[in-house]
Design a protein around this ligand. Structure first.
Ligand SMILES: Cc1cc2nc3c(=O)[nH]c(=O)nc-3n(C[C@H](O)[C@H](O)[C@H](O)COP(=O)(O)O)c2cc1C
Length: 189
């Protein structure tokens, strides 16, 4: 089973991370890292406690916390064996840390490693509006080889539910990694 790293931070949009986790664990082993703020926002947005979330995780997923900086996945030798790193949702705080190489927690570290090892890195940022600092940090990550997207559902797909909108955004992330899914219907003209 191929491996991939998925990180959830404290930006709004825990649903994106959970949708990606559901999809990725169909065919991948997922190294999952949730920041402390990620757990707080999860509880606020979804009413899902840390305990319930942990108990719901499938076997082909290994959870780490942000302070577990000494685990194997924080090293280049492990990240190079994965398809890459996804941060969804990504806070502008984590964006700033990644853009400036500040590896002060495990999420920042795996992103830094992905960039230095030339692996795919996808940051699904959620903030509105964006400051010049955010935009400059996005540019830095882009120039370093990462991909930055602001979670932006489309409307030409005629979404009827929040789930439809989440599926579109999550599907776009999976497309970037070449991972098959049927989350949204592709535009056929
Ligand atoms: C309910 C709630 C919603 C938040 N939404 C956002 C958001 O959309 N984007 C963002 O960058 N930060 C958001 N924050 C703030 C982050 O959680 C905070 O900056 C945190 O320090 C980010 O840390 P992390 O990147 O390590 O998870 C939110 C916080 C709360 C409590």
């Amino acid at each position: 089973m191929e491996k991939i790293v998925l990180c959830l931070t404290g930006a709004s949009g825990t649903v994106y991370g959970i949708k990606l986790l559901e999809e990725l664990t169909k065919e991948h082993f997922v190294y999952l890292i949730v920041s402390n703020s990620g757990f707080k926002v999860m509880e606020k947005e979804l009413g899902l406690s840390k305990h319930s979330f942990i108990n719901s995780l499938p076997d082909n997923c290994r959870l780490f916390y942000e302070d577990q900086i000494d685990v194997p996945v924080s090293s280049g030798s492990q990240i190079t064996k994965t398809k890459g790193v996804i941060v969804a949702p990504c806070s502008v705080g984590t964006l700033g840390a990644v853009a400036n190489g500040i590896s002060s927690n495990l999420i920042h570290r795996v992103c830094d490693v992905a960039l230095k090892e030339g692996k795919k890195l996808f940051l699904l940022v959620r903030e509105m509006p964006l400051s010049l600092t955010h935009i400059r940090n996005m540019e830095k990550v882009f120039l370093a080889g990462g991909t930055v997207a602001v979670a932006s559902p489309a409307f030409y797909t005629k979404p009827e539910t929040v789930d439809d909108m989440v599926n579109f955004v999550a599907g776009k992330v999976l497309d970037h990694f070449g991972i098959e899914h049927s989350l949204y219907k592709r535009w056929e003209g």
